[in-house]
Design a binder for this molecule. Structure first.
Ligand code: SF4
Length: 390
């Protein structure tokens, strides 16, 4: 059975002011890096044994945190351990997230030599004012240098950008995007800033110290940005992701199409056999530490159909389907829904679907149900309306 593998590296050089990801500054924690990876390798080995070497990884993704912050030896050894306990397919997409200011020629060469073939660079902005407000460790010059250096080793690069950030006007955003597009990366991610409770941004906002672009400005940035990317040959395939033909992120697509994946490391989740698991917490191991042939067959079957899951869990999975599939530019796949849940999507969501189509937020085309341009500006309310049917 094909799966994706996610590896979480929870260290950052410094916490950015808007970030609530599972990550912490490495300063003062240097001594924990070795033990963290040692435990990670054990979890990978234990899980590989549990599935008896019968899982094939066709995507691997190192995320964080800042995976490029730690010694490249940890990353390369992790890939070795994965390859030993899982089959990593020839042609697998193997990605790593990296931040400007943490890359070197040596690191990039090691990544490339170990089989990593996709690099995701956290540029966020090419405007020094915006970068400083966000609390990033790099400036625009360093971002550019990191990209140029990475280009020597990788022919599949994503740039992560952020919009709707304080100190960012439409002009500043489009200037960042033009510079990004001018570099011709294969992939672009463009997320709107979300204020997360507990972050310095959130507290500043609550205390009236942070001025954000209005919702109208944020939407203008999004739609004008899309036009710019599309004119340059990028196709938006998800609400916040666009790629040149053939370069959509295969790993992230697994999340959006409910395919199985295993996650390792702090705060990582797994989804396999129709079940979600936290950080390495697998079902009870059989006596010899491996699933029987019969039990493995059940995992395979339950990964491609959720019909036999208990009713409470089926509803959660249906919610996940809406939440993930609706973000795809192609929209929700009726055929996939019927295969996963054993019934047409209308049987569960017919009433809100008809209402949302009538209101112009979603439309149907070629067996799919997708957001219209108005729906794209109201993703959360549209999802809430649909989920209210469960
Ligand atoms: S580098 Fe990324 S993960 Fe780390 S604090 Fe900044 S936004 Fe969060």
């Amino acid at each position: 059975m094909k799966i994706g593998i996610y590896v979480h590296v929870p260290y950052c050089a410094k916490k950015c002011r808007y970030c609530d990801f599972a990550s912490a500054p490495i300063k003062g924690r240097e001594g924990s890096v070795g033990p963290y990876f040692a435990r990670l390798w054990k979890d990978i080995e234990r899980t590989g044994r549990y599935y008896g070497g019968r899982l094939e990884a066709d995507t691997v993704f190192f995320g964080g945190g800042t995976p490029s912050l730690v010694d490249a030896g940890y990353i390369c050894k992790t890939l070795d351990v994965i390859s030993k306990h899982f089959t990593v397919n020839q042609g697998a997409e193997i990605s790593i997230e990296a931040n400007p200011g943490t890359l070197s020629r040596e690191k990039l060469a090691s990544y490339s030599a170990s089989g990593i073939n996709r690099l995701s660079l956290g540029i966020q902005s090419f405007d020094d004012g915006v970068l400083s407000v966000m609390g990033r460790i790099h400036d625009s010059m360093e971002a550019l240098k990191s990209y140029e250096l990475s280009r020597r080793y990788f022919n599949n690069i994503n740039l992560d950008l952020m919009m709707g950030v304080p100190a960012q006007s439409l002009k500043i955003w489009l200037d960042t995007l033009s510079r990004a597009v001018g570099l011709a990366p294969e992939h672009l991610s463009f997320y709107s800033l979300q204020l997360e409770e507990g972050t310095p941004f959130y507290n500043d906002y609550k205390n009236g110290l942070l001025e954000l672009p209005s919702v109208k400005e944020d939407r203008l940035m999004y739609h004008e940005g899309l036009k710019l990317m599309e004119a340059a040959g990028y196709r938006r395939y998800e609400v916040s992701n666009a790629a040149k033909p053939g370069f959509a992120c295969r790993h992230n697509l697994k999340y959006w199409t409910m395919e199985p994946y295993l996650g390792f490391g702090s705060a990582a989740h797994s989804f396999i056999g129709g079940r979600r698991f936290e950080d390495g917490s697998l079902p009870v191991l059989s006596e010899d530490g491996a699933l029987s042939e019969e039990a493995f067959e059940a995992v395979v079957k339950n990964s491609t159909s959720f019909v036999s899951a208990d009713p409470g869990r089926v509803n959660d999975l249906k919610g996940d389907f809406i939440f993930t599939q609706l973000r795809l530019a192609d929209g929700m796949d009726r055929g996939l829904y019927a295969r996963l849940f054993g019934r047409p999507i209308e049987d569960d969501f017919g009433i809100p679907l008809r209402k949302l189509i009538k209101e112009g937020f979603i439309e149907e085309a070629e067996g799919r149900i997708r957001l219209t341009a108005s729906g794209l500006d109201a993703t959360n309310p549209v999802m809430e309306e649909l989920l209210s049917a469960l």
